[in-house]
Design a protein around this ligand. Structure first.
Ligand code: NAD
Length: 258
């Protein structure tokens, strides 16, 4: 039987075919999940419809608009999902945003507005999503989010997003503790650098890719497909004993001392 057969998984944050969220959608589909995909901009919505008709022509996919910076939008999106599916089994939060000027130079220059914006969209949004999703996870569930090594180390140019990811990883632990009694697990995947739209905003991103290629134990970068596979594992019952955890899918880069 397929790993995710009978499970309804909501994947939030697909902008295009390079998105990590799309890697997750392909993996979840491969493993038999029913897919609900959310998007923010109309352009991303069009992309998702196109990708689904090309890649999963036979499979019905529910596509819903959701701006995670807006509580009403989050509530409404999960109301739509509840009407359509009743219960859900998993949510993948693959969303982050910061002002471009805050992803270069010195972190000390970060404005109050830039700090608030980045942490709101990239970390608090997981709390809002978990609150809305919990009501639909009547038979337990699994929530996963995407983090990065910049949460643990001062990575050049990652700056305010590193602080947002640290908050995100802490949210994972607090949410895991709250929702465990409802049999809902909450985990993060700390992905290695992958060339996506969001990554384009980080100055010097190519240097980061080269550093991983040179120094990671596997001597290469990871793909969205590999992150998708680990996320499918987190959505599945194979990971039923795992919560509050951050799994590094980074070719081992985070273990290296220099
Ligand atoms: P991406 O640009 O393809 O995806 C980011 C998504 O966030 C987009 O779909 C965008 O629409 C969405 N988003 C931003 N603000 C939103 C809002 N207010 N409401 C709803 N959606 C919103 O880039 P990606 O690299 O696939 O990023 C996905 C996640 O993976 C992010 O959390 C990112 O920080 C994380 N991540 C990326 C890398 C990398 O190197 N690409 C590495 C580690 C972690």
């Amino acid at each position: 039987m397929a790993l995710l057969a009978g499970k309804t998984i909501v994947i939030m944050g697909i902008a295009n075919r390079r998105s990590i969220g799309w890697g997750v959608a392909e993996a979840a589909h491969r493993h038999g999940a029913r897919l609900v995909l959310t998007y923010r901009s109309d352009r991303a919505g069009e992309q998702i419809h196109k990708l689904c008709s090309e890649s999963f022509p036979e499979t019905p996919v529910t596509v819903v608009q959701c701006d995670v910076a807006n509580d009403d939008s989050v509530e409404q999106a999960f109301d739509v999902i509840a009407d359509k599916h009743g219960c859900i089994d998993g949510v993948v939060h693959s969303i982050a945003h910061a002002n471009v000027e805050d992803l270069q130079g010195e972190f000390v220059a970060t404005s109050r507005e830039g700090f608030t914006f980045a942490t709101d969209v990239s970390a608090y949004s997981l709390v809002a999503v978990a609150r809305a999703a919990r009501k639909l996870m009547t038979e337990g569930g699994s929530i996963a989010t995407m983090s990065y090594l910049g949460a643990e180390r001062a990575v050049p140019n990652y700056n305010v997003m590193g602080v947002a990811k640290a908050a995100l990883e802490s949210c994972v632990r607090y949410l895991a503790n709250d929702l465990g009694k409802d049999a809902i697990r909450v985990n993060a995947v700390s992905a290695g650098p992958i060339r996506t739209l969001a990554a384009k905003g980080v100055r010097g991103f190519n240097d980061v890719l080269h550093a991983v290629e040179e120094r990671a134990p596997l001597r290469r970068n990871v793909s969205a497909e590999e992150v998708g596979d680990v996320t499918a594992f987190l959505m599945s019952d194979l990971s039923r004993g795992l919560t509050g955890e951050v799994l590094h899918v980074d070719a081992g880069y985070h273990i290296i001392g220099m």
